[in-house]
Design a protein around this ligand. Structure first.
Ligand SMILES: NC(=O)c1ccc[n+]([C@@H]2O[C@H](COP(=O)([O-])OP(=O)(O)OC[C@H]3O[C@@H](n4cnc5c(N)ncnc54)[C@H](OP(=O)(O)O)[C@@H]3O)[C@@H](O)[C@H]2O)c1
Length: 285
């Protein structure tokens, strides 16, 4: 299964699996088993974050797996509370310690909030020291991304943003492509919102290929060259979500899915001051 996974090349030459595994909202006491199951299923890229509170459990599963480090692609993210140059560097060291790793494959600024320019300088330095193989951002809207690119030395390798059939980000993907930034989807299934798993358009396409709606959504994103990191705590779904390299969606099917776009988040708006205040006030150990 893993052998069928595709690698994409980031703007600094680092190669990243186009299909990985996310652990947001996996409770800390389940994460070690869930990541162990995901690695056994064939996933080699794991996406966590300091704010998920489960980096140590991810680290234990990685250590126990015995999989050589160079076959894994590990991403974590820095929380808003820890922006700033010195704080960011301490936070990177903390994440490395919790994960039990001597380097990350990808380190992301989790939100475009707080003093993230200073964090970016710390990340550029850590990249120079080889502690992180690639650095990037998450939840950056186009204005913030372009500004960060224009006023710093290193262009983010990745921008991890909400991307799914109801919020497709095609224009933004094009802008990122022109700027050399790889789009990575979070919430590929919109966490099931808007009845995604029973959507009639997706269900009809799934039936035509003898696949599930989840597989069609992942295939559609992969055919658009979007990196995906679906989350599941169930081994049968982990396996199912990997089986997306043995079929192709037709142009007509891609167009029908394009018609589901609402152009808006199904979660929250990063421009909403109340949301900015809520996120900025969230504290992480
Ligand atoms: N950067 C950010 O701000 C940010 C925000 C959100 C997420 N993320 C990252 O993106 C990853 C994925 O997003 P997400 O976890 O929010 O949501 P998601 O992957 O869109 O959806 C996960 C939900 O889909 C269900 N599911 C998974 N596979 C399925 C299948 N084959 N059939 C039916 N249901 C299925 C899961 O249930 P079960 O677990 O019960 O199977 C879970 O309820 C996260 O884990 C995290 O790593 C990043």
């Amino acid at each position: 299964m893993a052998a069928q996974n595709r690698l994409i090349t980031l703007n600094n030459g680092v190669r990243m699996p186009i299909l990985g595994f996310g652990v947001f909202q996996v409770p800390d006491d389940q994460t070690e088993q869930v990541v162990t199951d995901a690695l056994a299923a064939g996933y080699r890229a794991i996406d966590t974050a300091a704010s998920y509170g489960n980096e140590e459990a991810v680290g234990r599963a990685i250590a126990k797996s015995g999989i050589p480090r160079d076959q894994l692609f590990v991403t974590t993210k820095m929380w808003i509370q820890h922006t700033g140059e010195e704080t960011a560097r301490r936070e990177l060291d903390k994440s490395l310690r919790k994960l039990g790793l001597d380097h990350l494959d990808l380190y992301l600024i989790h939100q475009p909030l707080g003093d993230y320019y200073s964090s970016w300088h710390a990340m550029e330095k850590a990249y120079g020291e080889g502690l992180v193989k690639a650095i990037g951002v998450s939840n950056f809207y186009p204005d913030r991304l372009v500004d960060l690119i224009l006023h710093n030395d290193i262009t983010p390798a990745v921008n991890q943003i909400e991307t799914h059939p109801f919020f497709q980000r095609a224009d933004y993907q094009q802008l990122m492509r022109e700027r050399g930034v790889q789009i990575e989807s979070w919430g590929p299934f919109a966490e099931g919102k808007n009845d995604l798993f029973t959507n009639p358009v997706l269900a009809a396409i799934a039936a035509a290929h003898d696949k599930s709606v989840a597989q069609v959504v992942l295939r559609w994103l992969i055919q658009r060259d979007v990196v995906v990191i679906p989350k599941s705590v169930r081994p049968e779904r982990m396996a199912q979500n990997l089986e997306v390299f043995d079929f192709d969606l037709t142009d007509d099917e891609m167009t029908r899915i394009a018609g589901l776009d609402t152009g808006a988040s199904v979660f929250f708006d990063h421009h909403d001051p109340q949301m900015v205040a809520w996120l900025g006030g969230r504290r992480v150990d």
